[in-house]
Design a protein around this ligand. Structure first.
Ligand code: ADP
Ligand code: MG
Length: 614
């Protein structure tokens, strides 16, 4: 007796999109079904290692594809793991697959214009309804006592479930009744062509209308010199379900201390930047060509989650369970080795393929920064991969820390950086004055989180990284001091700073005059032990309490306004106070240290009123 079931709402929404897909995208359903067949066979192969009671243990692991031009059908069958009745209901009636869920979310958000995403990102099993009027899935699970079932649907409201014949073989057979305008998928030549595009890397033999069509290959087990760039590209397209080319790839083999074979790909685009949410790990773990886990989350560090590919190690115990993978010291070692090699690979790309590296950096640079913060053991190697603009680069051009160090002046001890929101903003910063005078280069750090990255890195090539807005910055004396310029003498400077300290009691840890500023009347410096403005903003955003800070104020003794202030202080203290407040609050604002902008506004108003009364 057939039972009617309704599709989950999300499935109906997805089917609605799929059914209206572009004709040119249609053929991806072949790729999806063949890849499901291959997954089912991989799972069975793994079961064979740990289970003894498999139904039809002798049945050959292969995919069988048949076309029937007259009947307008295409059938894709496998001898894989199959599905029980419950599994069929779960997998072919709801959105079980997380990639499909994300696809739906992205679709909803972008409102149209996303049809072509179907070709780019697999939507899995349901893509079959791009070409089908009706689909029949007949399946028998590998488990001895599971009854075979048949699932039938026209892709509209729901599906029917019924018992399948008792002699149904193990695995899954999908018969596709093609739509009138998709009838070419019942023609042998067309299907052979589509298979040649998508199925070269399937790890199981494919039988097509009785003829063997693919060559089974695990390219990661081959020697690098035996694999052509086209084969890498094809393999990338196969595992990532895309039509694109990888930005770069690494093929790595080792015999000691662990036997390892790996091919890793960097995709062309960052899927997380395209509204697809956080990437899931997509580097599969194999043990001598047997798939152990297609999404192991402990295989590579989190910040490498943009990679796809394969890691194969013969040293892993074949019967390893997913739970054992969670905490396995061998896996940790593998992770360390691969990560190190991949960083080295990127270093090579940076050296030899500058343009490619620049693209990589612009697309995936934030993951490298995440690595500096989270992978302590790799942070020095990752430091070499960082790129920033600086006072010595043209706008839009980047430099590495290595190149920065090679340009350092003889009397320069540290690496200097300045945090802010844009190059334009930073270029006019008075903090640069003292460094410009000495001919020192300053890196512009303009992305959120850069402060955490540099705080984690701390040093590069034995040189400390210092933010130039700190009070404790030590700079070598100037070759030619600016003593001959008009300015406050020592006594005047001392009188001014002690008056300001009193007038603004307890607000600043120190008030001084300094040659660190020449383009503005005054600057605010981050006091010793104070949290930086970036960290304070972060704490505030996290809803945490922010401790009070006590910046230092440094006046420019050669600035005419400051010289005037020194004079006023003895003549009209009230006006001097307002003027000093103006200079100080402006300096704090520029430094990102003015916690309450109203302070500056109120002071300006009072100052103007006072001046107009005169
Ligand atoms: P995905 O393959 O990414 O999980 P799909 O939509 O392609 O998503 O398939 C959904 C689920 O249906 C699979 O995860 C699998 O459990 C099941 N499935 C699909 N095809 C087969 C098959 N040929 N044999 C066994 N199970 C299958
Ligand atoms: Mg699939």
């Amino acid at each position: 007796m057939a039972n009617t079931h309704a599709f989950q709402t999300e499935v109906r929404q997805l089917l609605d999109i799929v059914i209206h897909a572009f004709y040119s995208d249609r053929e991806v359903f072949v790729r999806e079904l063949v890849s499901n067949a291959s997954d089912a066979l991989e799972k069975l192969r793994l079961k064979q290692l740990t289970q003894t009671d498999i139904y039809e243990p002798e049945r050959e692991l292969r995919i069988t594809i048949t076309t029937d031009e007259e009947g307008k059908t295409l059938t894709i069958a496998d001898a894989g793991i199959g599905m029980t009745r419950d599994e069929v209901v779960e997998y072919l009636g709801t959105i079980a697959h997380s990639g499909t869920k994300k696809f739906l979310e992205a679709m909803k958000e972008s409102k149209g214009g996303t049809q072509d995403l179907i070709g780019q990102f697999g939507v899995g099993f349901y893509s079959v309804f791009m070409a089908a009027d009706k689909v029949e899935v007949t399946t028998r699970s590998w488990q001895q006592d599971a009854a075979p079932v048949r699932w039938t649907s026209d892709g509209q409201e729901g599906y029917e479930l019924e018992d399948a014949a008792a002699d149904t073989p193990r695995g899954t057979s999908i018969r596709i009744h093609l739509k009138e305008d998709a009838a070419n998928f019942s023609k042998a030549d067309h299907v052979r062509y589509v298979l040649s595009k998508y199925s070269n890397f399937v790890g199981f033999p494919i039988d097509f209308n009785g003829e063997h069509v693919n060559t089974v290959q695990a390219i990661w087990m081959k020697s690098k010199k035996d694999v052509s760039p086209e084969e890498y590209e094809g393999f990338y397209q196969f595992i990532s379900h895309t039509e694109g080319k990888p930005l770069t790839y690494m093929h790595f083999s080792a015999d000691a201390p662990i036997v390892l074979n790996s091919v890793l790909f960097v995709p062309e685009e960052n899927p997380e930047a395209m509204g697809f949410g956080r990437c899931e790990p997509a580097v599969s773990l194999y043990c001598h060509k047997v798939l152990i886990d297609s999404k192991p989350d402990k295989l590579l560090p989190e910040w490498l989650r943009f990679l796809t590919g394969v890691v194969d190690s013969e040293d892993l115990p074949l019967n390893i369970s997913r739970e054992m993978l969670q905490d396995n010291s061998l896996l940790r070692k593998i992770s360390g080795i691969i990560t190190k090699r991949f960083i080295k690979h990127l270093e090579g790309v940076a050296k030899n393929e500058a343009e490619c590296y620049e693209r990589f950096w612009r697309t995936f640079g934030r993951y490298i920064k995440e690595g500096v913060v989270t992978s302590w053991e790799h942070k020095d190697a990752l430091g070499k991969l960082l790129r920033f603009e600086s006072t010595f680069t043209e706008a839009g051009k980047l430099t590495s820390l290595e190149d920065y160090v090679s340009r350092m002046k003889e009397n320069q001890k540290d690496i200097y950086v300045l945090y802010g929101s844009s190059r334009t903003q930073l270029e006019s910063s008075p903090y640069l004055d003292a460094l410009k005078l000495r001919g020192f280069e300053v890196l512009f750090l303009t992305e959120g989180g850069d402060q955490f990255v540099m705080d984690s890195l701390m040093k590069f090539s034995e040189k400390e990284i210092k933010s130039i807005d700190r009070a404790n910055l030590e700079l070598p004396p100037l070759d030619a001091p600016q003593a001959d310029q008009p300015g406050l003498d020592e006594a005047q400077a001392a009188a001014l700073t002690s008056w300001v300290s009193d007038a603004f009691k307890d607000q600043f840890s120190k008030v001084s005059t300094s040659d660190r500023v020449s383009s503005a009347p005054a600057i605010a410096l981050q006091g010793e032990g104070d949290l930086s403005p970036e960290i304070k903003a972060y704490l505030r955003a996290m809803g945490q309490e922010v401790p009070e800070t006590h910046p230092e104020i440094a006046f420019n003794p050669h600035n005419p306004v400051v010289m005037k202030l020194a004079e006023l202080q003895t003549q009209d203290e009230e006006l001097a106070r307002l003027l000093a407040g103006q200079l100080i609050n402006t300096a704090l604002l520029r430094a990102g240290m003015l916690d309450d902008p109203a302070k500056l506004a109120d002071n300006s108003q009072a100052l103007l009123e006072k001046l107009l009364q005169k």
